[in-house]
Design a protein around this ligand. Structure first.
Ligand code: NAD
Ligand code: MG
Ligand code: MG
Ligand code: MG
Ligand code: MG
Ligand code: MG
Length: 339
């Protein structure tokens, strides 16, 4: 088994006397800033003017422009949208980095795909919680934490690993367990997971099941409960105790159906498709297409998003959820955050 780092493995003094600038105050940014502040870290926030800036002020932080925050900081945590990072880095982060500073990420995309090439005289590492930002915050408040990864890209000070682990502890991740990885492994596995399983895989599976039932003449409301609503309840059982725990809880009829029909649906062709998705990630094709899509102001992203939002499953779901006030909608960012 690989080494998993917990609270007791961390040299907390590695962050003492260091000023940490959280750049961006969205899904991850607000969680990192609030958690690390409550863990006793000297934290400031750097973000553009607007909603996030006002929210960070309202949450009690010292808030600056990105350039001002970088100027003051020893450790700069970049929690901007991946597709914005290269531009903001060139214009507002790079000019303020000093020798011996740490440039830190929560996802390896820009460094791994060479969109950001850091100067040789700073530490570069990532600390990536394996969960949505709003859960990084909520679990910390509950005394728990979202597990995470860290990876060292450059270690000029000789302290990068200690500081990375101290940071992971400050945001609560070493309560859940932290593993060491590389920028390449974190980037490729994170993109694959969200595309093939967590976000792309699950939404496509849920929609295909819903459409199959509706096209066969069954009531859309029943198809919604069966294919979407109940998915959360099943996933919770897997989260708590693995596949066996979920199968223990369901009927033996359901378990038999799982065994005989699951592999018919998610068959060898699906795995072949997953391998093709992974290849596009590994070769940089996915990254290249996404970078160009952003440069073109997202014509495909926006068109697909509009079509998806107009799907019958969303219409039916909105009505049914309105009758279930206990199903609280999380903050908007948490919804698109697998991510
Ligand atoms: P987000 O979209 O929720 O928030 C981005 C923040 O950056 C916002 O506060 C926004 O106002 C600010 N911002 C955007 N453009 C800016 C600019 N030009 N100048 C200054 N500020 C600007 O982003 P996120 O989902 O938290 O993602 C941040 C990083 O964390 C990414 O690298 C992502 O891959 C990684 N990550 C995210 C999640 C998640 O739960 N969303 C999980 C793991 C890793
Ligand atoms: Mg059932
Ligand atoms: Mg059972
Ligand atoms: Mg987001
Ligand atoms: Mg992820
Ligand atoms: Mg991701």
């Amino acid at each position: 088994m690989v080494k998993v780092y917990y609270n007791g493995d961390v040299n907390e003094s590695a962050l003492q006397g260091k000023k940490v600038a959280i750049i961006g105050y969205g899904s991850q940014g607000h969680a990192h800033a609030l958690n690390s502040k409550e863990s006793g870290v000297d934290v400031i926030v750097g973000v553009r003017k607007g909603g996030s800036f006002d929210k960070a002020v309202a949450d009690g932080h010292q808030v600056f422009t990105v350039a001002e925050a970088v100027e003051q900081a020893d450790l700069v945590m970049v929690l901007l949208p991946d597709e914005q990072q290269a531009k903001v880095y060139q214009e507002e982060i790079k000019p303020g980095l000093k020798a011996g500073n740490a440039l830190v990420f929560a996802h390896g995309f820009n460094v791994h795909f060479s969109q950001i090439v850091p100067p040789a005289d700073v530490d570069v590492f990532l600390v990536a919680p394996k969960g949505p930002g709003h859960l990084v915050r909520r679990t910390y408040e509950d005394g728990a934490g979202v597990p995470g990864l860290f990876a060292i890209h450059q270690d000029v000070t000789g302290t990068a690993k200690d500081v990375a682990l101290a940071y992971a502890k400050a945001i609560g991740s070493t309560r859940g367990g932290v593993l060491e990885t590389t920028f390449k492994e974190e980037t490729e596995t994170d993109l694959f997971g969200e595309q093939a399983v967590l976000c792309g895989g699950i939404t496509s599976l849920v929609k295909a099941g819903f459409e199959t039932l509706v096209e066969a003449g069954y009531q859309p409301e029943i198809a919604y409960f069966e294919c979407l609503h109940e998915a959360k309840l099943i996933i919770d059982l897997m989260y708590e105790g693995g596949l066996a725990n979920m199968r223990y809880s369901i009927s033996d009829t359901a378990q038999w159906g799982d065994f005989v029909s699951g592999p018919r649906v998610i068959d060898a062709r699906v795995k072949e498709s997953m391998k093709a998705v992974l290849t596009d990630i590994q070769t940089g094709k996915f990254a290249y297409d996404w970078i160009l899509e952003n440069q073109a102001n997202r014509p495909q992203f926006n068109a697909i998003n509009n079509n998806e939002n107009a799907h019958l499953i969303e219409e039916v779901g909105q009505k049914l959820r309105a009758m279930m006030p206990f199903v609280k909608r999380q903050e908007k960012e948490a919804v698109n955050a697998g991510a």
